[in-house]
Ligand binder design. Structure first.
Ligand SMILES: Cc1cc2nc3c(=O)[nH]c(=O)nc-3n(C[C@H](O)[C@H](O)[C@H](O)COP(=O)(O)OP(=O)(O)OC[C@H]3O[C@@H](n4cnc5c(N)ncnc54)[C@H](O)[C@@H]3O)c2cc1C
Length: 315
């Protein structure tokens, strides 16, 4: 499948990227590794006038330690992050979700920024223009219906990023910069909960950095897939235990990842959270496994990941 026509501009600084974005009145997309965006362009799901390559912006590439935090530039590749000693030693949940993302070839190209900001997915959406035209456009394509749930009022596409839930469990924050200034928010606040427009960032805003607290943690990540590798999570569960309490992140079901907190780590609390996450999960028939099975696996995976951590955490 070939790409549609668009202009290609390479930005050398954040200011330059923001400037190009405004010159094209927002009919633009930022490009990092391109592994999420390029297939969407090929499918004609977006037709921007310009694609702004931000890969060459040096300040977005760095990984440094400062004041007990790891400061990660969004253009760091998943592979670089996976190889970062602080992540390997202190943040096993994040290490495992990075390792579980697709395959190493993709990890060497895909960035953490692009991974967090990847679009939501649906079996009825990630299709060619011809296929979608025959079926009829849904909410996410600018139509007035959902092609999965009859009479639905909103879009049920799934957020399938492996690493946002892990980042949420380690209390990571996102630095956002845009035409009106800069702000720092919790990673969970990046998500709107609306499958049509899954992110809270405003048009043109750039994810400038991720702040990850470097505390000693225990943790693990597990995902349900149909293949052994190169597969999106049909459910993904991230667990991080820190100072006796724990956070659980759930991805792959619904338009945003969710995070839950356990004040103490004991069987009763784990069962409560597994039940709550099971209740909250509302999968629909828009992925390759049945909704009932995916829903059930939310609770199963939560309990399984805690058991694994108890036994040392390795996969
Ligand atoms: C075969 C295949 C398998 C995959 N498997 C998985 C998987 O198992 N798990 C998983 O999580 N993902 C998976 N992916 C999705 C994707 O490849 C990865 O998430 C990757 O990390 C995306 O990063 P990228 O740099 O290529 O993003 P890009 O495609 O460059 O960008 C993705 C989106 O983020 C935006 N963006 C990028 N950087 C910024 C920034 N700094 N500020 C604001 N917006 C930004 C872009 O505009 C775009 O909308 C898979 C993709 C493919 C093709």
């Amino acid at each position: 499948m070939i790409l549609p026509k668009f202009e290609y501009k390479k930005a050398r600084t954040i200011e330059e990227a923001l400037e190009i974005y405004s010159q094209y009145n927002g009919e633009a997309f930022y490009l990092a590794g391109g592994t999420d965006l390029v297939p969407l362009l090929k499918h004609r799901l977006f037709n921007p006038k310009v694609v702004i390559d931000i890969k060459g912006i040096e300040e977005l590439k760095t990984i440094t330690k400062k004041g007990g935090n790891l400061l990660v530039g969004p253009n760091a590749t998943l592979y670089e992050l996976k190889g970062t000693p602080e992540i390997q030693e202190k943040l096993p949940c994040l290490f495992q979700s990075l390792d579980a993302t697709s395959c190493e070839t993709l990890q060497m190209r895909g960035t953490i920024g692009g991974n967090i900001m990847q679009n939501t997915r649906c079996l009825q959406y990630n299709k060619s223009l011809e296929w979608r035209t025959a079926r009829g456009f849904c909410y996410k394509m600018g139509g007035k219906t959902c092609n999965v749930v009859l009479n639905a009022k909103a879009c049920y596409s799934n957020y399938c990023g492996d690493n946002a839930p892990s980042l949420m469990t380690v209390d990571a924050k996102a630095r956002i910069v845009g035409p009106t200034g800069e702000k720092t928010i919790k990673v969970e606040k990046l998500f709107s909960g609306d499958g049509k427009e899954p992110f809270t960032v405003k048009p043109g805003e750039i994810l400038k950095g991720i702040i990850i607290p470097l505390k000693e943690t225990k943790g693990a990540y597990e995902k349900l897939t149909v293949r052994g590798s190169i597969d999106y999570p049909l459910v993904g569960v991230a667990v991080t235990i820190k100072d006796g309490s724990a956070k659980v992140g759930v991805t792959g079901i619904g338009p945003c990842p969710r995070v839950y907190e356990l004040k103490e780590v004991n069987e009763k609390e784990i069962n409560n959270i597994a039940d709550k996450a099971y209740e909250d999960a509302k999968p629909v028939l828009n992925a390759v496994l049945t909704p009932a099975y995916r829903k059930k696996m939310v609770g199963v995976l939560i309990k399984r990941v805690f058991k694994r951590i108890e036994k040392g955490g390795s996969r």
